[in-house]
Write a protein that binds this ligand. Structure first.
Ligand code: HPA
Length: 269
């Protein structure tokens, strides 16, 4: 364990208490308000050694440790994206810390563009798999053989099934599909969207995949849900911009929150 991970974990325990965390939850653009309803302690990333300095509007850079639906969670109010720093492993220390705090599972949420006509803006999609269209990898440079991480079933099948049950119980339609990671920060071209659709993508976005690779590397179970904020380039006349992403995210966020809360409640009962 690196010194940063040890120091940061000790600092968090000193502020938030010793009780182990069970789930790390990363919130995507415009999806941050779940953090506000956690009954716990909020710590700015700036106070946490090794945490990224996220600068993307729509992201609140706080770690919140506390109770959500009876489960002790660590909520990352913002993530660092590859496009901010050129570093694919910017979320490595935060994920190592959450594991050190006791977490066995990481759940990521994100805003994404849809490649499926029947999955419009405002929909949510559980990731069943991903395509690393960027070709980048957060484990490049990792010196140990642990870097050869198997990625089959990297979106944990039992969590996916439990989340699908939670969505049904809440009467929320939750799609399931393949997410393509495109590095950003520019959005995709129409030709790129056509290409990844042929390759099997259902949604596209600029995050999550590095975190899922890191989570699997660390032995954490992983799950992720997208809130669809727009149809991908060339699929509709809808605007594609960061402003539009932030404005549309709350549509999916309300559904996503219902599913996550139900899933957490099901575990704690
Ligand atoms: N492409 C990439 N990332 C995104 C999109 C998109 O269309 N929408 C929200 N995040």
């Amino acid at each position: 364990m690196s010194k940063n991970v040890k120091d940061t974990s000790d600092l968090i325990r000193a502020k938030a208490g010793e009780a182990p965390v069970s789930i790390g939850l990363i919130l995507g653009s415009g999806l941050g308000h779940i953090a506000d309803s956690v009954d716990g302690v909020s710590i700015p990333y700036a106070d946490l050694p090794g945490f990224p300095h996220t600068g993307v509007s729509g992201h609140k850079a706080n770690l919140v440790i506390g109770d959500l639906e009876g489960v002790r969670v660590a909520v990352f109010g913002g993530r660092s994206h590859y496009y901010e720093s050129g570093k694919g492993d910017a979320m490595r220390v935060p994920l190592e810390v959450v594991k050190e705090l006791g977490a066995t599972t990481m759940v990521a949420t994100n805003a994404a563009g849809s490649l499926q006509a029947d999955m419009p803006t405002g929909s949510i999609m559980a990731l069943s798999d991903h395509i690393n269209f960027s070709g980048l990898n957060p484990l490049i440079g990792e010196p140990t053989d642990l870097r050869f991480v198997p990625m089959m079933d990297c979106y944990d099948p039992s969590i996916r099934a439990a989340m699908a049950d939670a969505a049904k119980a809440e009467d929320v339609e939750m799609h399931s599909g393949v997410y393509a990671w495109y590095s950003g920060p520019s959005f995709e071209t129409v030709a790129e969207i056509k290409a990844i659709k042929i390759l099997g993508a259902d949604a596209v976005g600029m995050s999550t995949v590095p975190e899922v690779i890191l989570a699997r590397f660390l032995g954490l179970k992983a799950a992720a849900i997208s809130a669809i904020t727009n149809m991908a380039a060339g699929m509709s006349d809808e605007a594609i911009s960061h402003e539009h992403t932030k404005a549309m995210a709350p549509l999916g966020a309300a559904k996503l929150e219902k599913v996550l809360r139900r899933w957490l409640r099901d575990q704690s009962s």
